[in-house]
Design a protein around this ligand. Structure first.
Ligand code: TMO
Length: 340
């Protein structure tokens, strides 16, 4: 059984006990009212197709509800979302990745209407990746030149002898010029979404077959698979615009992804005025890599849906989120001493 399979089984045995915890975590908070939120209009929170973002969205939404805000969730494309937030059709995006969304966020910011609402503690990395057993199948990893030498073991019946790089959906807008720029004997196969990526991973781990795939950290895979990112020639901004830079003097994109940046939060510029308490709370929200990995695991390993996973996370992590809540109003000042 794969690590994910084992954990799923243990998880189902614990479900009874957990239902109780969950119920405790969901006891109604003392009467928060919509006027405390600034507006009774729902705060629209967009969710994406990978687990940590969906769970984090519900964690933040359930915190907003604790202070009396109304919340509505929509599922939204991870590129189009920045335009939606800019126009106020969605209020925020809780987990902005540099690689996936850096360009779309910057473009929307340049037009105005969307602002950064601070960073998480976690640094995100997005890159080609392989689970531990692949290191034995392809000596010399994580160096990309070793991967290139082993390309044939990653071939599939329909890949014409080329190694297959298993990627996420086209929506993630990955740049494949790197494969050509580094003259790699690889081709890309898209999966329909994150869940399909994990199915590919699990199959390869169970059968000990080679796989190289897109992955990111923080993720549930950090704790479960002891994988590594492939080390490509180090990123440099010039790599993307200056052909002469880098290992291939005739091509741009002859380097890896940026080494990583803090994950950010984005907000509609009208949010501070319309929902001031929620906006202040959003600014204070900051998750560590470990916390984000756990959120992903609740869905991808323990098969919970994101709202339940969020309720569970909140029930177990009050110490983390309590300091983000609005401070209770100061007690009334003691009466002044009577005048002489
Ligand atoms: C999280 N994602 C990093 C899909 O690009």
């Amino acid at each position: 059984m794969t690590p994910r399979g084992v954990l799923r089984l243990l998880g189902s045995l614990r479900t009874g006990a957990c239902a109780l915890l969950l119920a405790l975590g969901m006891l109604p908070a003392p009467a928060a009212r919509a006027q405390d939120c600034g507006s009774a209009d729902p705060i629209v929170i967009p969710t994406h197709t990978w687990a940590s973002q969906a769970v984090m969205s519900h964690v933040v939404g359930q915190l907003f509800e604790k202070i009396g805000c109304n919340v509505r969730y929509i599922s939204e494309d991870s590129q189009a979302v920045y335009e939606a937030v800019r126009l106020g059709d969605a209020a925020l995006q809780v987990e902005v990745w540099q690689g996936l969304s850096g360009a779309a966020f910057a473009a929307a910011r340049a037009k105005g209407g969307i602002v950064e609402a601070g960073e998480h503690a976690a640094v995100g990395r997005e890159e080609w990746w392989y689970p531990a057993h692949v290191a034995r199948l392809c000596p010399g990893l994580p160096d990309w030149k070793a991967l290139e030498k082993c390309s044939e073991i990653f071939a599939r019946p329909d890949s014409g002898g080329k190694g297959v790089f298993v990627d996420g959906p086209p929506e993630w807008l990955h740049d494949y010029r790197r494969i050509e720029a580094l003259e790699m004997n690889f081709t890309t196969v898209h999966t329909g979404g994150a869940a399909a990526l994990w199915e590919e991973l699990e199959t390869a781990v169970k059968n000990k077959t080679p796989i190289v795939m897109f992955n990111w950290s923080p993720n549930f895979t950090d704790a479960l698979y002891r994988g590594r990112f492939v080390e490509f020639p180090a990123f440099h901004a010039k790599c993307r615009r200056d052909a002469k830079w880098g290992v291939n003097p005739k091509a741009t994109h002859d380097c890896g992804n940026p080494p990583g940046a803090r994950l950010k939060k984005a907000a509609w510029a009208g949010m501070p005025k319309k929902w001031p308490a929620a906006h202040r709370m959003l600014r204070r929200v900051s998750f560590t890599a470990r916390q984000i990995g756990v959120m992903a695991a609740l869905v991808d390993v323990h098969a919970m849906d994101p709202p339940r996973a969020a309720a569970r996370w909140l029930a177990r992590n009050e110490k983390v989120w309590r300091p983000w809540m609005p401070k209770p109003p100061a007690p009334p000042a003691p009466p002044a001493p009577p005048a002489e």
